[in-house]
Design a protein around this ligand. Structure first.
Ligand code: 2NL
Length: 359
């Protein structure tokens, strides 16, 4: 084998043996660099006779070009391998949930709203909704609250300007009762509905916000009686507060739209600064209720000689505070992210009786 053929074989073997780009660069310097084995031979061409130079020059130039080409090809292989390795370690599974954590939370009002729907839904109630802006009739008249009735003052109503040429003013509903009136108008008994929703009263202090949330319930049938009311509300309290037994007190009260009327208290106690619900020597008022007044049944388009039933109402914000130990009502509507993260619920666990109300 000629000297050049030996050199070519050595370089080819070295290219194959190179493990990485650094090996390859060393090899390039050692062959094609200033003092490289091929470069030295090219320099030596000058000392040859023209005859020798011609043949040796052609062979050397061919060797130089081939080595450069092979080194370049090997370099490309390394670059491709490096890219493949990087892609293997940097794969992204776009189907995974957002990381490092999910940021949004369910507001306690939404959570409790859904819990209440889950509980009454399980008892056979359906959910009804209606407009926030109501007529005087649906908000007051139909509920046995005529003009000049003292209950109107207590409601701190937001009134709209009367429409030109008319003296009837629309109102922001002060309770969700108009929804049940509308339900009576369109539904033949038996009626079993709850109406959760936003309500509005011009009242703002430690325990009142101008917008708040209420859920009312209405049951109308031919023989619905007070026992049904008590049983329904007891079942609700046990499910909502997630206790096996709950001490309850039905206290005589007065609402224009029910007769008789009663407010419902539940037993509670304070243990180590924490409110315990269900038992104890203290009482907490949680809702108002009663048998629907005959005038209201009539206003709903039904015959009070044939139909009777019960109704109840409670504040969603208030029962959310009680159940989840949230001290300040006003923080509910400040949209403070720290508060929302602290008191909020997982968006992935929606309340159900089967899976648990509050996980
Ligand atoms: C309370 C008291 C109550 C009702 C709401 C009602 C609705 C119709 C007919 C009769 Cl359509 N009653 N609703 C009845 C009793 C009490 O709410 O303290 N709410 C926070």
């Amino acid at each position: 084998m000629s000297d050049l053929a030996v050199l070519q074989a050595e370089i080819s073997a070295a290219i194959v043996a190179a493990r990485d780009e650094r090996d390859l660069e060393e090899l390039r310097v050692a062959t094609l660099g200033k003092k490289g084995s091929i470069s030295e031979r090219l320099k030596a061409l000058g000392k040859m006779s023209p005859e020798e130079r011609k043949t040796a020059g052609v062979a050397l130039n061919a060797l130089r070009d081939a080595v450069a080409k092979n080194i370049e090809a090997r370099r490309n292989v390394f670059a491709e391998q490096a890219l493949e390795a990087r892609l293997r370690t940097e794969t992204v599974d776009v189907t995974l949930p957002a990381r490092p954590e999910s940021r949004g939370t369910i507001h306690p009002v939404t959570q409790v709203w859904q819990e209440v729907i889950a509980i009454f839904g399980d008892m056979g109630f359906s959910v009804a909704e209606g407009p926030h802006i109501e007529t005087d009739w649906y908000n007051f008249g139909a509920l046995n609250i005529p003009p000049e009735h003292p209950a109107r003052q207590e409601h701190d109503t937001f009134y709209f300007h009367p429409r030109p040429g008319s003296n009837d003013r629309m109102v922001l509903r002060t309770h969700t009762s108009p929804v049940q009136i509308r339900t009576m108008e369109t539904t033949k008994p038996p009626i079993r509905v709850i109406a959760p929703g936003r309500t509005f009263r011009s009242d703002s202090d430690q325990t009142h916000t101008p917008m708040f949330h209420q859920v009312e319930g209405l049951v109308i049938d031919e023989e619905t009686h007070l026992g049904h009311l008590k049983g329904t509300l007891e079942a609700f309290c046990k499910a909502f507060f997630e206790v096996d037994a709950v001490k309850m007190r039905f206290r005589p009260s007065h609402f224009p739209f029910t007769e008789p009327s009663m407010e419902v208290d539940i037993g509670c106690s304070w243990e180590g600064g924490e409110l315990k619900i269900g038992a104890g020597d203290s009482w907490l008022e949680i809702l108002g209720s009663g048998m629907v007044h005959a005038n209201v049944i009539r206003a709903g388009g039904l015959d009070p000689e044939k139909y009777q039933g019960f109704a109840f109402g409670m504040g969603i914000d208030r029962i959310a505070m009680l159940k989840y130990g949230i001290p300040d009502l006003r923080a509910f509507f400040e949209a403070d992210l720290r508060w929302l993260r602290h008191y909020g619920f997982s968006p992935l666990a929606s309340p159900s009786l089967a899976e648990g109300l509050s996980l």
